[in-house]
Design a protein around this ligand. Structure first.
Ligand SMILES: [Zn+2]
Length: 405
């Protein structure tokens, strides 16, 4: 092994299209260097299509192998071999094959194998994978930054104000303090634009999205007469998801969708009146979804998804009114501990989920549990009667024939 080569990496970095040197790396490497390897990387990307890494290398030794290692924030690192052409290294990431979350920070570094030496790992660098198809305007305070590309300054200010009110509502619901780090809100003017950024299909009704671990919220609000209403629905809703993540951390995925979406929907400053109508109709028609089914991701189709949100919000409000904010916090704690969907409610409130569900139906929708039970078994009773009918007929027939005899 050539110790001299092994310890002689000298690194420079080009951030995006500019070249910026990091003197700390130069000093660290120069101290033990005999042979120098300088690296000048440049990153450019076409959003949603391709990221190109182009690296100029100045090395006294030939580079035999080169790898790019990259890691989008909150994701696992991935390794990809680079093409070597004399003093240039290059690789393109096809974003149709590999996905990078929009607005995430992407860390990357290089592994190089100089001739006759072991693999050398460079220091780590990063670029922001922003949606650069648009020119974003921005307004911010300590807790929130709002970005928009369609609309004037008043539009952005209105969004920031809604965000500030939304944070207050979210803090009240969750019983938590202000966000621990600034949350970024990106406003697209249409659901189509938002969904193209997220590469989502099959859920045309999806208007907002949160990447809680990145502290990022995406919403779809056009600057028009409805903008305030849309802001008051979408922004506080998505902020709750991020606040909840900041509160429970890596246990976020253990919070069942009904509670997570229920809290987020309750935070909407302009509640959707159709939720109440949908609940009443589903209650009458006996088409309410079992709450246990909302422990799994919500259905994809629009009407069942809408009902899922309506039920979740109503059920969560019922629990909050009965057990208070501290009761909800306790329930969140039980879920964070890893308890199951029904077990956590038993641990927090002394009742399994199904029992709380019956209480909610009875007290909120006026559906009594005995009537509900009868409704549930009605189809089986009918089936039982149909099956029993021939037996009865035969029995009665025999009775008559025996009397005749
Ligand atoms: Zn949501």
């Amino acid at each position: 092994m050539n110790q001299r080569l092994f310890t002689s990496l000298l690194l420079f970095i080009g951030l995006l299209l500019g070249k910026v040197a990091f003197p700390a790396d130069v000093i660290a490497a120069a101290a033990s260097s005999g042979l120098s390897i300088e690296v000048f990387p440049q990153v450019s990307y076409i959003f949603g299509e391709q990221v190109s890494f182009d690296v100029e290398v100045k090395s006294e030794a030939q580079i035999d192998e080169a790898y790019l290692v990259y890691q989008p924030e909150g994701s696992e690192s991935r390794v990809i071999p680079m093409q070597i052409d004399q003093n240039r290294l290059a690789v393109d990431l096809d974003l149709n094959q590999t996905r990078i979350p929009p607005f995430s920070r992407v860390a990357y570094w290089f592994q190089l194998k100089p001739q006759g030496a072991d693999l050398i790992t460079s220091a780590s660098y990063a670029f922001n994978y922003d949606d650069n198809r648009f020119e974003w305007q921005t307004l911010e305070n300590e807790q929130l930054a709002v970005f928009w590309h369609d609309g004037d300054l008043a539009f952005g200010q209105s969004a920031l104000n809604t965000g500030i009110n939304g944070l207050e509502t979210a803090s009240g619901l969750l019983g938590t303090a202000a966000p621990s780090q600034q949350i970024r809100i990106y406003i697209y003017p249409s659901t189509q634009e938002l969904q193209s950024a997220l590469e989502i299909s099959g859920q045309p009704w999806l208007a907002g999205h949160a990447s809680p671990q990145l502290g990022i919220v995406l919403v779809s609000i056009a600057p028009n007469a409805d903008q305030r209403l849309r802001m008051e629905q979408q922004i506080p809703h998505e902020l709750v998801h991020v606040m909840l993540y900041q509160s429970v951390g890596k246990d976020y995925d253990r919070i069942p969708p009904w509670l997570n979406e229920g809290l987020a929907t309750l935070a909407e400053l302009y509640p959707n009146a159709d939720y109440a109508n949908v609940l009443v109709t589903a209650g009458k028609n006996n088409t309410l979804l079992p709450m246990s089914s909302l422990c799994s991701p919500f259905p994809m189709d629009a009407s069942r998804a809408f009902l899922s949100y309506a039920q979740s919000a109503s059920f969560t409000r019922f629990l909050q009114q009965k057990y208070g904010v501290s009761g909800i916090q306790n329930l969140l704690l039980k879920y964070s501990d890893g308890l199951g969907c029904s077990e956590a409610s038993f641990a927090a409130f002394g009742k399994p989920l199904a029992s709380l569900e019956s209480d909610w139906k009875e007290e909120t929708l006026g559906i009594s549990s005995s009537l509900d039970a009868l409704r549930r078994i009605a189809p089986y009773l009918l089936l039982f009667a149909v099956l029993l009918l021939p037996v009865l007929i035969i029995g009665i027939g025999r009775l008559f024939s025996s009397k005749k005899g």
